[in-house]
Design a protein. Structure first.
Length: 328
């Protein structure tokens, strides 16, 4: 639905992009033809003119304008590889990235957008995800917020070069963007310690919030109640690791090697998810006992509720015996 960029033909980039889309489809992704068309037509290399990879002497910068053809091809292979790319470093710290395309596809499909929906994106990054949303819904339907003015300025330039002009706002993503509310969908591309209360408040009834939390992705449906909006839903099946939401309280850290917990459990990704989700509110040994008693539950059995000024994580039932408060 969005603009069709008029960029110079790049057969090598076109082929690499088509191969990426084909591989995502082969693994069961991009089942929605509209999202498949967006990934086919939005050129990721326009949004990632350079990125950083680990080298012998720390981070190495690869860029599309490199005159060395070998390094140029290496840059292009990375751009259209199914991996996250470090796009902005500051004092040796990663502050922005372009997410793994297959994970982006999964998140966008899980949003279940429809014609006429408005979307708020938290974490603009290089602008690629905003371009995909704009392709699907149109520029005027998309608002993207990021705290860093350098990131938003760069994203606007990338989006304009690709022919897309959504609203890109420099601001605190935890506050949303009230002047553009209400939204039918909110999607975050940064990890949260908890769900910012402003987000459900800026949602239309029946909206959906999709956000990374505790190494997972939680999908919350928002409903109006007499006491204000209630957001509730389960985690998706997939693990997810993103740059933390800047300006938010620090993420709770599970104990690295909790005493009394065997190494085999610590090495299990699902148990680490439970430790992260319940950090600060459940002793690791109690977490292990619960995890084993419940037969090592998958992520989909866990959920989050935001209501009445509180929010909590839970296993199986938001009002059941296994609930843990999330910090606000």
């Amino acid at each position: 639905m969005g603009a069709h960029p008029e960029l110079p033909d790049d057969p090598e980039a076109d082929e690499a992009r088509h191969i990426l889309v084909r591989d995502i489809v082969a693994r069961g992704g991009l089942t929605d033809p509209a999202w498949r068309a967006a990934f086919e037509e939005v050129e990721r290399h326009v949004f990632v003119p350079y990125y950083y990879v680990h080298g012998v002497r720390g981070y190495e910068r690869l860029w599309g304008g490199d005159p060395d053809p070998v390094r140029h091809r290496r840059w292009l292979r990375g751009v259209y590889g199914d991996e996250a790319l470090a796009t902005r470093m500051r004092d040796g710290e990663l502050i922005s990235s372009s997410s793994q395309p297959s994970l982006m596809a999964l998140m966008l499909e899980a949003l279940e957008v429809r014609e006429g929906h408005t979307v708020l994106e938290i974490g603009t990054g290089p602008g690629y995800n905003a371009a995909l949303l704009s392709h699907r819904l149109g520029d005027t339907a998309v608002t993207s917020v990021d705290l860093d003015p350098e990131i938003t300025e760069s994203a606007r330039a990338h989006l304009a070069a690709a022919g897309y002009r959504p609203t890109v706002v420099t601001g605190d993503g935890a506050r949303g963007c009230p002047r553009r509310a209400p939204y039918d969908r909110i999607i975050a591309t940064c990890t949260l310690p908890s769900v910012p209360p402003a987000w459900p408040e800026q949602c239309s009834p029946g909206a959906r919030i999709l956000a990374p939390l505790a190494t997972g992705l939680v999908s919350l449906d928002v409903h109006a109640t007499a006491h204000g909006p209630r957001a509730e839903g389960h985690f998706l099946h997939t693990p997810a690791y993103f740059v933390p939401l800047r300006g938010a309280p620090p993420l709770p850290e599970p104990v690295a090697r909790p005493g009394g917990v065997p190494r085999r459990a610590i090495g299990n990704e699902l148990f680490r998810f439970l430790l992260t989700l319940t950090a600060g509110s459940l002793d690791p040994r109690e977490a292990l006992s619960l995890w084993e008693r419940e037969e090592r539950p998958q992520r989909e059995r866990y959920g989050v509720t935001v209501a009445d000024g509180r929010q909590w994580a839970w296993l199986d039932d938001p009002e059941g015996p296994y609930t843990w408060p999330l910090g606000v």
